[in-house]
Design a protein around this ligand. Sequence first.
Ligand SMILES: [Zn+2]
Length: 334
Amino acid sequence: MHCSKTEPSPLALALIAVCWILAGATILPGPSLAQGASSACPTDPLAPAHTPQVFLDTRPGPGGVAAAYGGVQYHRPTGLGPREIALTFDDGPDPNVTPVVLRALRQHCLKATFFMVGWYAKAHPDLVRAVAADGHVIGSHTWLHPNNLRRLSAAAAEGQISEGMQAVQQALAGASPAEQAQLAPFFRFPGLNDSPTLTAWLGARQVAVISGDMGTDDWRGIGPMSIEWRTLRYVAHADGGIIVMHDTRPATAASLSQLITLLEMRGYRFVQIVPAPGARERAATVQAALARPAPTLASAAGAADRLDAWLQACLQQVESGADALLAEVKSLQN
Ligand SMILES: [Zn+2]
């Protein structure tokens, strides 16, 4: 009688199912349930199958100053709860590193936010599309990554921002509407070096400035182990937040999967920062918009052509200089 082989009745099965659902509702975090994401990630038993999204309002604040997020510089709350982490990656896409980062994120069923450099987006549109196809949000990070926009003239700095944004849009021009929709009116200043003038300029275009709550020090050229331990320390100190990483650093890619696992084991939960509903549409309709669903990119192409022409001119000068030197050597030999 202790080992009955009788199959449970349909009523018993239904009761068991109800118990499971109630247990899940008690134990699992709210946002996962809200998105129907109670199932586990098939390749990472510590993670849910879907990354909950945190919506960032891109409407400018008082005085038209751009909405700005990230505790390193700004006080505006991001909506991230305690022990919640949003991964962000700057400076790519990079043909050697970005695919490894994408693979690690896929393995852990995680979505992140990328801030791309226009020049690299133009050079590697396939990678821009791959990032979008994986469901990551894409913001921009200038055209050529001058480390401090404050040192440029207003026109040059604004050109860097707008041409960077347009180059990312151009890279997505042939992508599906769903992939194009991954482009967000998000901007991150190189070196996080913002300025009141440029922040107001971005606010007028309904673009939000995204800073971070902590870095990983990966830009210092440290190894994967150092990145992991420094990040764990910073995350513990800040109790989660927006993490700034770089998908141009091989050590970042090498550390990422293990770092995610270590954070999960410590009870942190990953979320994805995305623009609030309507943000893209608003950004596309303002005068001199930076983010357009169907971009016309003459200026980005023009800038690239100008740079190419400049490089060609330099090479010609070097070559003609070398020719002149050779001719002079020959004349001396004669
Ligand atoms: Zn950067």
